[in-house]
Design a protein around this ligand. Structure first.
Ligand SMILES: Cc1cc2nc3c(=O)[nH]c(=O)nc-3n(C[C@H](O)[C@H](O)[C@H](O)COP(=O)(O)OP(=O)(O)OC[C@H]3O[C@@H](n4cnc5c(N)ncnc54)[C@H](O)[C@@H]3O)c2cc1C
Length: 445
């Protein structure tokens, strides 16, 4: 019987295993997960801290027992320490028995994700945590409750930093956010991120730019600016490193620590597939540009593709990503897709900005929405889009992203029929206005 081993049992791994079982009832599937938990919603964890997720149990989808019922064998606390791609075997370290054994596969699916980067200045302090796996959530919540935490220091301002800041604040904890340079949340343009500063001021979050922790002294943090601040809880959110060291001797190609994959989800070795935060792929609309998309949508999409590939349907392939993403920070939402600002600068383009109300201006709760698109001078495709506002940001980024994904140019946006009624949009929505403005701008190029 064909045997598939899956490395990593959370977003990519658990989903790929489930999809494969759905498509093929006979294949043998084993998931190895090095930690305690499998198949949980990492994305919901910040919201458990703040109370929007009320039940811890609702964060978990499948348990090893439920998988067992579907004839999928899950081994938690089992770490793959090496892959021998010539022999089609993996070396497995069983943490419980402190023993090592070898297992063999016909196909290997890698979804090992990443690990949070550690900051040397704080990593050994007992009050330092990062929020990455479900057990981290438990440690953080327990620590807050046991120590009656009322203040916290948040290091880093990526999307997890923002979400954790919001949710700690909602829990009544006063947050000081530290950013080592002078721009927070670099995923959005520096001249569009003003809403983040506004939200921090409104919500009583203290932001210190160009500031790092030099060292921790008991319950205090000594900062690079010489200040000593209360730091009974420190949470770091400074990015992830792909968990691919165990592949070093495997003959699987790695680039910058990431696993490049082809349209089938295959690595350079035919019977080894990969997905999730540890893979390198390319943009769908600019295929010559590579990307790592450490987000849940791509992991789920590739799980479906790889499962179909292994189940024998080779027609379902991966066409690249747009990197569509959105984050909520208190009342504000920020979304982007496409190339980074740095990468977009290498391609001849022009930009179009449109600021208008998200719904009919006479509605009392209409609020501003700001869209910027970067348009390829050659193709008219939107290379990058950024959207900032309160309500309606999700709709606009999704329309722009779907339009681009299906090959639509910026000029076609004038024909996008937005569902209109005053509480939702305007007869000429911000999306349409981007199209009209782009046509005008292109005439002057
Ligand atoms: C707090 C938080 C909030 C997030 N919010 C969002 C969001 O709002 N939107 C969004 O799109 N994405 C979000 N993400 C990102 C999203 O969760 C990831 O993109 C997704 O989980 C990636 O799936 P993965 O399978 O690659 O990695 P993971 O889900 O991290 O799973 C990898 C698993 O592999 C295991 N593993 C690693 N190496 C080995 C080994 N050698 N042997 C055995 N097991 C191994 C790891 O222990 C881990 O459990 C969030 C992530 C976090 C942490």
């Amino acid at each position: 019987m064909t045997r598939v081993i899956v490395v990593g049992g959370v977003a990519g791994g658990a989903t790929a295993a489930s999809q494969l079982r759905r498509l093929n009832p006979d294949i043998e599937i084993v998931i190895y997960e090095r930690y305690r938990d499998i198949s949980y919603g990492s994305c919901g964890m910040p919201y458990y801290i703040g109370g929007d997720v009320e039940k811890w149990d609702s964060l978990t989808n499948m348990t090893p027992e439920k998988f067992r019922d579907r004839n999928i064998f899950v081994k938690t606390e089992h770490e793959i320490t090496a892959v021998n791609s010539k022999e089609n075997t993996v070396t497995v370290y069983d943490k419980n028995s402190d023993t090592e054994f070898t297992d063999s596969y016909d196909y290997l699916i890698l979804s090992p994700g990443g690990s949070p980067k550690k900051l040397p200045a704080v990593k050994d302090a007992a009050q330092t945590f990062s929020l990455h796996k479900l057990a981290d959530l438990d440690y953080i919540v327990e620590f807050i409750e046991e120590n009656n935490i009322k203040e916290a220091v948040l290091v880093g301002s990526g999307y997890i930093g923002l979400e954790v800041t919001e949710n700690l604040t909602k829990r009544g904890i006063k947050v000081t956010m530290l950013q080592h340079d002078e721009q927070i949340y670099k995923n959005i343009e520096a001249d569009m991120n003003g809403v983040l500063y506004e939200a921090m001021t409104e919500q009583g979050v203290t932001l210190k730019l160009n500031t790092e922790i030099d060292y921790v002294d008991g319950g205090k943090a000594v900062l690079s600016n010489g200040e000593k601040i209360d730091a009974p809880l420190i949470i770091t959110g400074v990015g992830i490193t792909p968990n691919t060291k165990f592949l070093n001797s495997s003959n699987i190609t790695l680039k910058d620590g990431l696993i490049p994959i082809n349209k089938n989800g295959q690595t350079n070795i035919d019977n080894i597939y990969a997905l999730g935060d540890a893979v390198m792929t390319h943009f769908q609309h600019v295929p010559e540009k590579t990307t790592q998309s450490a987000l849940a949508w791509p992991a789920h999409r590739l799980a479906h593709i790889i499962a179909n590939q292994l189940a024998g349907d080779r027609s379902i392939t991966h066409e690249g990503l747009l990197g569509t993403n959105i984050v909520k920070f208190f009342d504000y939402n920020i979304a982007t897709f496409g190339l980074s600002e740095k990468d977009v600068a290498e391609i001849p383009h022009f930009t179009v900005d449109q600021k208008q109300k998200n719904k009919s201006g006479y509605m009392k709760d209409a609020s501003p929405i700001h869209i910027r698109v970067y348009v390829s001078k050659d193709s008219g495709l939107i290379l990058r889009a950024a959207v900032v506002g309160t309500e309606g940001v999700d709709k606009r980024i999704d329309v722009l992203s779907a339009h681009t994904r299906l090959g639509g140019t910026v000029y076609d946006l004038i024909n996008i029929e937005i569902g209109y009624s005053p509480p939702f949009s305007s007869p000429k929505d911000v999306i349409n206005m981007i199209g009209y403005k782009a046509i005008e701008k292109a005439e002057d190029l």
